[in-house]
Design a protein around this ligand. Structure first.
Ligand code: IFM
Length: 460
């Protein structure tokens, strides 16, 4: 029985009409290496900055680590079969840099590359297009010890990583993204101290931003050279940055958050300039010719979106803003994230106008602290409501002219949710971490039905 024909799909669930979506609209699911692979000490994998960070007391809820995660390294075949049942056309995953280059550079690890070889082959035989992201936050620890993203050399090491991936997978993979959410890992890692390398230093933070941008441009050039028929993009989280209060100071703070969160990467990568408000802060790291090396032609923009972000004024902040929770009266998901599909529609329209590129929504989803029934089933109606409202907003953006060509749910599986460990679940498929059993939730059945409905309309 396929998920779509399962009698447990019990309308009426709210739905978008899907009438406006292109016939070739891509429906997919996303994951990332450290969040699902596990096998942290197997197959010659080197350590990543997250392996060490998770071992620091108090960093991760319940002391969780990605050591085992969803054991996808061993269970990828079953996970691909699940995706096939969902009917997704695409799977976005990331390459663990330390799995294929244990020291970050130098000698490749064949066993690691073979894992991705097998994964790609298994996806292709299931009729699912692999979308590869080169970096989803798990920097090799050896490179961190050499300065990490604060070291300009890291851009070159990343380009070498891109070359290895392109030369080994580029005969079968055509969709590549450079980085996932660079503003998150630079702000959280180099300014707030919430993620590794857990520093708070203005010079390192701005250097990291610039070197990641440089790495993006260099990797795009490598991928173009090595992959025939490549379709290349970059993935940015884009969310409205709002003032939590109505004072001029809060409004100014929100403008600074907007620069760091939404534009510090997308603007130089796609427009060739840093936003005015931070341009002078970037000048120590930015050398002549760098902006041209960063601003390389890409084929699409990946947007990750969940909810608006908020700033408040803080005169002590070197960034010009302090991070804030959403206002108390905001409608929230079970993990406290604001639900505002209109904001999503507007982000898509704004990004389309600003960058003029086809857009793929590379992440969108809802976190929850969920319990399963005795059979492992989860009736995650709130997630269905969230996904439905956001897909509807996407369709509205398309109706207003946004060139949106695909949508990937975050996430296929419950997984390691960074500082929240395994306590926040984002999967449309439940993972029982004690047994590693996978059980599609109601949202998986709903998503499968949406995909099938669109396919039926597109081929009618
Ligand atoms: O789990 C993360 C993912 O790694 C990056 N985007 C947001 C997701 C949910 O927090």
């Amino acid at each position: 029985m396929t998920l779509v024909n399962d009698p447990k799909i019990s309308p009426p669930y709210p739905t978008a009409t899907l009438d406006r979506m292109r016939p070739d609209f891509v429906w997919g699911v996303s994951t990332s290496s450290y969040q699902i692979e596990g096998a942290a000490q197997e197959g010659g994998r080197g350590q990543s900055i997250w392996d060490l960070f998770c071992r620091q007391p108090g960093r991760i809820a319940n002391g969780d680590t990605g050591d085992v995660a969803c054991d996808h390294y061993h269970r990828y075949r079953g996970d691909v079969a699940l995706m096939r049942e969902l009917g997704v056309g695409a799977y976005r995953f990331s390459i663990s840099w330390p799995r294929i280059l244990p020291a970050g550079k130098g000698k490749p690890n064949e066993a690691g590359i073979e894992f991705y070889d097998r994964l790609v082959d298994s996806l292709l035989s299931a009729g699912i297009e692999p979308w590869v992201c080169l970096y989803h936050w798990d920097l090799p620890q050896a490179l961190q010890e050499a300065g990490g993203w604060a070291n300009r050399d890291c851009a070159g090491w990343f380009a070498d990583h891109a070359r290895l991936v392109a030369s080994r997978l580029g005969d079968r993979v055509k969709r590549f993204a450079t980085f996932n959410e660079p503003s998150v890992f630079t702000l959280f890692g180099y300014a707030f101290g919430w993620h590794p390398p857990a520093v708070d230093d203005a010079a390192s933070h701005h250097a990291a931003i610039h070197h990641v941008n440089l790495a993006h441009g260099m990797a795009i050039d490598v991928l173009r050279d090595y992959v025939i028929g490549a379709s290349l993009g970059a993935i940015h989280n884009m969310q409205p940055a709002r003032p939590v209060g109505s004072t001029p100071e809060d409004r100014a703070a929100a403008r600074m958050l907007d620069c760091y969160w939404n534009r510090a990467f997308a603007d130089p990568q796609m427009l060739g300039v840093y936003p005015d408000a931070i341009a002078s802060r970037m000048s120590a790291a930015c050398r002549d010719g760098d902006l041209e090396r960063i601003h390389r032609p890409v084929d699409w923009l990946g947007i990750n979106h969940y909810s608006p972000v908020y700033a408040r004024a803080d005169s002590a902040s070197r960034l010009g803003f302090a991070w804030s929770d959403a206002p108390a009266d905001a409608k929230r998901s079970p993990i406290g994230w604001q639900i505002d599909p209109d904001a999503f529609r507007n982000v898509l329209l704004d990004a389309c106008d600003r960058y003029g590129l086809p857009i793929y929504v590379t992440e969108n989803g809802a976190g929850a602290v969920e319990l399963a029934d005795a059979s492992g089933a989860v009736d995650d109606r709130e997630r269905i409501d969230y996904l439905s409202a956001y897909i509807q907003a996407l369709e509205e953006a398309v109706a207003f002219g946004a060139d949106v060509r695909g949508y990937f749910v975050w996430s296929l599986l419950d997984n390691f949710e960074w500082g929240a460990g395994y306590s926040n679940r984002f999967g449309i498929v439940r993972v029982d971490y004690a047994t590693q059993a996978r059980t599609p939730k109601a949202s998986a059945r709903w998503y499968a039905a949406r995909i099938a409905a669109h396919r039926a309309k597109a081929t009618a």
